[in-house]
Design a protein around this ligand. Structure first.
Ligand code: PLP
Length: 479
């Protein structure tokens, strides 16, 4: 493809994307296709001779769109939001145009240096303590990971390296593998599945601890577990606290957990994948009180801060545990300025990395902090509006305190099976899309405010769907 064709194709695609997003409400949120729908729609082999870009454009509606779940529709309320904004899309075009692989400073100095500064901007915006920021002049700093799952694993690997190093000082004759076998980490039964997975991938034990009646991990529970494990000859080394759990958007009690971790030399990682974006609004920072006691912190601008996937913002107070622990340094990756700026290849699992800080830069400049705060406040306001609608109907109950953009609810005095039927009915009607969760055997529905385009009128459509589906289920019009 020549540059002239690229100009035409690119402009056509920009128009297509703008039209898609502006009219997304008109599409059915969940596709109706069956598995295997796509193969018959395209040739069984790649074309020998090139197709025209116009042919490709035509196939988007014919082949792709019938199988797309429209995550950015205001009728999509499943999981948590994933971000989508025009400035981030444009930044990704530039990133793809530059197409550098910024694994070290010299591999593209702008890629590394913009990331360092953007992580400082973001950290200041959400009120992180100075120790996490590169601009403090201390050891701390931020890095963009692909996902919160990677951040949890990377933090665990750093914690594991620190623990092994410290134990070896006392027991120089112990082998790494013997120490690793004794290591034990902690999280709550409500944390994301990626935390358990980090334990499996990192080859260490990870205990899921019970929560209090409000689904929060408490300090005394953690302290008791650490003591039990110490008494059993194990070495507690890592804990993950969640700010904004996936099931119910609950916040672990950091003010209690932090001192327990610090007193016991346990690395504390905070997973604030979704809710961390809300700390851009000072009124929500009470939910992260105690953050100064953490060793690492992560949230996903790609969830709720208008930066398209993938962009997970992670800060470490002392990245050296990572940088030094996994430092393999072949000649072809070395450069003369080594040590004077981060070489981000040491802060992550893979080598290659895209120029992701561009999309943070574009979004922060083109929205401004003010409009990002407005976005968060508006979405939380919409969740409270939906909560009010649910509470206005005596058949329903809201099962968790609504703090962010998530409302957990169910049919009151009805069994889990009836609530499962309600969800099935809602999704079968096809206008909106929700997913469920279950805590302590209680099944409930989750309504997450996901689309940046959501308005009160959308919440009313969603509520009408829920109400009418409940009529159908309770009046036994459907199974
Ligand atoms: N942690 C929490 C609390 C989450 O809610 C999620 C996803 O929703 C994750 C981690 C995983 O995020 P990622 O897809 O960025 O790994």
């Amino acid at each position: 493809m020549e540059a002239n064709q690229f100009r035409e194709f690119g402009k056509t695609m920009i128009d297509y994307v703008a039209n898609y997003l502006e009219n997304i409400r008109d599409r059915r949120v969940l596709p109706t296709v069956e598995p295997g729908y796509l193969r018959p729609l395209i040739p069984s082999e790649a074309p020998q001779k090139p197709d025209s870009w116009k042919d490709v454009m035509d196939d988007i509606e014919r082949v792709i769109m019938p199988g797309v779940t429209h995550w950015h529709s205001p009728k999509f309320h499943a999981y948590f939001p994933t971000a989508n904004s025009y400035p981030a899309i444009v930044a990704d075009i530039l990133s793809d145009g530059i197409a550098c692989i910024g694994f070290s400073w010299i591999a593209s100095p702008a890629c590394t240096e913009l990331e360092v500064v953007m992580m400082d901007w973001l950290g200041k915006m959400i009120g992180l303590p100075e120790e996490f920021l590169a601009c403090s002049g201390g050891k701390g700093g931020g890095v963009i990971q692909g996902t919160a799952s990677e951040a949890t694993l990377v933090a665990l690997l750093g914690a594991k390296a620190r623990a092994i190093h410290q134990v070896k000082k006392e027991h120089p004759d112990w082998r790494d593998a013997d120490i690793a076998e004794k290591l034990v980490g902690y999280t709550s039964s409500q944390s994301h599945s990626s935390v358990e997975r980090a334990g499996l991938l990192g080859g260490v034990k990870l205990r899921g601890l019970p929560t209090d009646d409000s689904n929060r991990l408490r300090g005394d529970t953690l302290e008791k577990a650490i003591k039990e494990d110490r008494d059993a000859g194990l070495i507690p080394f890592y804990a993950v606290a969640t700010l904004g759990t996936t099931s119910s958007c609950t916040f672990d009690n950091l003010e209690e957990i932090g001192p327990v971790c610090n007193d016991n030399n346990v690395w504390l990682h905070i997973d604030a994948a979704y809710a961390g974006a809300a700390f851009v609004c000072p009124e929500y920072r009470y939910l992260m009180k105690g953050v100064e006691m953490a060793d690492s912190f992560d949230f996903n601008p790609h969830k709720w801060m208008l930066v398209n996937f993938d962009c997970s913002a992670m800060w470490l107070k002392d990245p050296n545990w990572l940088v030094n622990a996994f430092n393999v340094d072949p000649l072809y990756l070395k450069h003369d300025q080594q040590g004077s700026a981060p070489d981000y290849r040491h802060w992550q699992i893979q080598l290659g990395r895209r120029f992701r800080s561009l999309k943070i830069w574009f979004v922060l400049r083109l929205y401004g902090v003010e409009n990002i705060q407005k976005h968060i406040r508006k979405q939380i306001g919409l969740a409270h509006y939906f909560e009010k609608l649910v509470k206005s109907d005596e058949r329903f109950e809201v099962t968790e305190e609504v703090l962010m953009g998530l409302v957990c609810f169910r049919l009151k005095n009805e069994t889990n099976e009836v609530n499962e039927r309600l969800l099935k009915r809602i999704n079968a009607r096809g206008t909106i899309h929700l997913v469920p969760s279950k805590i302590r055997d209680m099944y409930f529905l989750r309504m997450a405010v996901c689309s940046r385009l959501s308005e009160e009128s959308d919440m009313e459509v969603t509520w009408k769907e829920v109400r009418e589906s409940a009529d159908d289920v309770l009046e036994k019009k459907v199974n």
